[in-house]
Design a protein around this ligand. Sequence first.
Ligand code: ASP
Length: 415
Amino acid sequence: MKFPSLNTQILLGAFLGVVFGFGLLSMGKDSATTQTSLYVANLVGTLFIDLLKMVLIPLVFTSIAVGVANLQAHKQIHRVWIYTLGFFVFSMTIAIVLALVANQIFHAGQGLHLDMFQNAMSHFEAQQQSPADFFTHFLHGLFMNPFAALAQGDVLAVLIFALFLGVALVIGGERYKNILTLLQEFLEIVMQMVRWIMTLAPFGIMALLIKLVVTQDVSLLATLGKFVAVVIGTTLVHGVIVLPLILYLVTGMTPLRFWRGAREALLTAFATSSSSATLPITLRCAEHNLHVRKEIAQFVIPLGATVNMDGTALYEAAAALFVANLVGIELNFTQQLIVLFTAMFAAIGAPGIPSAGMVTMVMVLQSVGLPAEAIAILLPIDRVLDTLRTTANVEGDMIGSLVVQKLVKESAKHV
Ligand code: ASP
C-alpha cells in the first residue's frame, strides 16, 4: 500500500481532530477520558507550535535579508514593493467593505439585550488607546536593537532590521558576498528544519483541533449566534470567492490548484490561529507547491504574515459595527470611513499571534467613541473566530505572492 502524502495526512489529521473532539465532547467535558485526552492534545499541540516558533525568527531574519538582496540585485525591488503594498491595501480594503456591507444587510447585535453582558463589561478594564497613541507605539516598535528583537521574538522589528541588512548587502556588492552566501546557506538549513517539523503537522493539527472543539463555550456562541454567523459568512465570502477570483483574474490559477498547493498552510493557520507560527509552512507551500520564485516568496510572505491580514481587518470592522448595534449607536458614513481606516491600521499593527486582533481593536472602537470594554463580550468566543480569520490572513499572503509574481513578470515584459 502506498503511504499517503503529507498533504493527505494533514487533511486526515484535521478531520480526525474534529471527529475525536466531538466524540470526547459527547462523553462529557469532565469525564476522565476527556480530561486525559485534553491533556495529551494540549501537550502535543503546544509542542508543535513551539517547534514552529523555534524556527520562526531565524527564518524571518534570513528570508527577508536574502529575499531583499536578491530582488535588489535583479533591479526588481521597486516594482515588488509597490505591487506588494498595493495588493495588501487593496485586499484588506475589500475585506473591510464586505464587513460594512454585511452590517447594512444583517445588523447583527441590534436588539440584543445588553443586560446580560453588563457584568462582563464592568469587570473589564480596557487600556486607553487612541489612534494617535497606537500610531506612536507602532512606530516606536519598528526600530529596535536587533539583538533584543531577535531574543524577544519581535517579528516586526526583526523584519525591519533584515530589510535594512538586505539593502546594505547589495549596495556593498562584492565586498559582502560572503555574508550573503552565509545567510543564504543558513536559510536553506532553516528550511530543512521546517521540512522535519512539517512531518509532525498531522499530529499537531489533530491535537489543536481536538482541544479547540472540546474547550468551546457553546452556549455563548449560540447567544452571539447571528454575529458569529455573519463574521464566518463574510470571511468565507472573502476567502472562498473574492481572493480566489482576484487570483484567477490576475494569474489564471484555478481555486482548486491553489487549494491543493496551499492547504497545508491553510489548515495549520486554522489550527494554530497564528500567522507567525504558520509562516514557515506558508513559505514552503508558496515556494514548493505554488512555485512562487524564491526571492518573491521570501519577501512577500514574511512581510504579509505581519502586515497583510484580510481576515483580521474584516473582523475588526465587523466587531466595531456589532458593538455599535449592541449599544444602539448608528454610525454615519464618515464614522464608517473612520472604521475602515482604523480597522486596516489595527490589522496591520496586529502581530500574527492568537487573538492579537482583539488587542488592537480597542483603537478601532475608541476612534468612533464606542466603549472599549465591549471587548469583554467578544473575548470568550475569540478562539473560534480567530481560526477562520487567521486562515484568511495566510491565504491572502500566498495569493499576494502569486499576484505580485505575475504582475512583476508582466511589467518586466513592457520595459
Ligand atoms: N490570529 C491572527 C493571526 O495570527 C491575528 C488576529 O487577528 O488576532 O493572523
